[in-house]
Design a protein around this ligand. Structure first.
Ligand code: UT7
Length: 325
């Protein structure tokens, strides 16, 4: 019996041109390249230019994904943009992307789940496509975290970067067996008891300011691997696949030690892990589609490959998605 699945038609990304190295940072805060590389794996990150907005990054990534899918914006009827750094409090940054693409049809909205935003967006879009309400969607993760960093706080400002990535997904009939392409399963979790461990100290209804990112890094680190492996086990249980079946593991890129620890605990070989944290830093909701594009562009990820995604971040929120490319 055939089933409807959300199948990837294209993938794109965009990084601002300015690169900020660890040595650059060491000139403004008390840190070293050695400390940052050892503790995080990060060597450099991209920073948006003055006046370059989250919607600008998102629009470039969306155009690249559409070009990769060989589609015109007229073929898209849904845009979901995961971000915690929107252009404005409202309207949604997604409608700026919609307008930038010249679209006056369909629906566009933002979704906020911090670093897990892209996985949350995938589950939401997958549900909407499989329901029959929409046919083709752009799912975008885009962030300008450089705008909410306290550049005098060495415990956070060395960790994050700016960027955007996007997928085009289409509702397609698949055979309903192990050859199915598209999103096979998604699992989301949150636990608001931890919301004070990674947050922004400002907001519309609280301070009427934008605020700065604050994090108890060690606390986040302590929970990360267990939460990630729990939600990946849920994906394996739901599908019957195991770590041995995975062609590519594309984790959220926050810290190389967390990625290595998760892959090791799950039994995923290091050569199957896509790493971009060294060049991108943590780009929050953008990190997974940026990493996906990296591995698609250099032909590691190919049609038919089984790809495992995961993320964990502020809230805490965490989630996994398993798809066949
Ligand atoms: O995507 C959202 C999820 N976020 C994350 O996954 C982040 C999770 N946390 C982490 O990745 C790590 O906890 C950090 C990279 C943030 C920190 O690494 P750590 O190994 O947990 O270091 P720490 O916080 O325990 O700090 C160790 C020492 C401290 O000094 P003392 O107290 O031992 O004297 C810090 O003050 O390192 C110091 N330190 C730094 N030194 C040089 C903190 N930041 C820096 C820095 N440069 N940038």
């Amino acid at each position: 019996m055939t089933v409807t699945r959300s199948v990837v038609l294209g993938c794109g990304s965009y990084l601002p041109s300015r690169i900020l190295s660890n040595d650059d940072l060491a000139r403004s805060v008390e840190t070293t390249d050695e400390w940052i590389v050892q503790r995080t794996g990060i060597r450099e990150r991209h920073i948006a230019a003055p006046g370059e907005l989250t919607s600008d990054l998102a629009l470039q990534a969306a155009r690249a994904a559409l070009a990769n899918a060989r589609l015109d914006p007229s073929a898209i009827d849904l845009i979901v943009l995961a971000t915690s750094t929107p252009d404005q409090t409202f309207p949604a940054t997604a409608v700026a992307v919609q307008a930038g693409l010249g679209m006056t049809h369909g629906a566009a909205f933002d979704l906020q789940a911090v670093c897990s935003g892209f996985i949350y967006a995938l589950q939401v879009v997958d549900g909407l496509l499989r329901s029959g309400a929409y046919k083709r969607a752009l799912v975008i993760g885009a962030e300008t975290f450089s705008r909410i960093l306290d550049w005098t706080d060495r415990t956070t400002c060395v960790l994050f970067g700016d960027g955007a990535g996007a997928l085009v997904l289409e509702a397609q009939q698949q055979p309903g067996d192990r050859s199915d392409r598209g999103i096979l399963t998604t699992h989301l979790r949150s636990d608001g008891r931890h919301r004070g461990k990674l947050y922004v100290d400002g907001g519309v209804s609280s301070t009427q300011t934008v605020g700065h990112l604050r994090m108890e890094g060690r606390e986040v680190f302590k929970h990360a691997v267990a939460m990630i492996t729990d939600v990946i086990d849920a994906a394996f249980k739901a599908t019957g696949y195991t770590a041995a079946d995975i062609d590519w593991f594309v984790p959220h890129q926050a810290n190389k030690r967390i990625i290595d620890g998760s892959a090791h605990k799950l039994g995923i070989a290091p050569e199957k892990v896509v790493i971009t944290v060294d060049r991108h830093g943590n780009t929050s909701a953008a990190s997974i589609p940026l990493a996906l594009f990296d591995a698609v562009a250099d032909r590691r990820i190919k049609r038919g490959h089984l790809v495992l995604l995961e993320a964990m971040g502020g809230g805490f929120t965490w989630g996994s998605a398993l798809l066949r490319w």
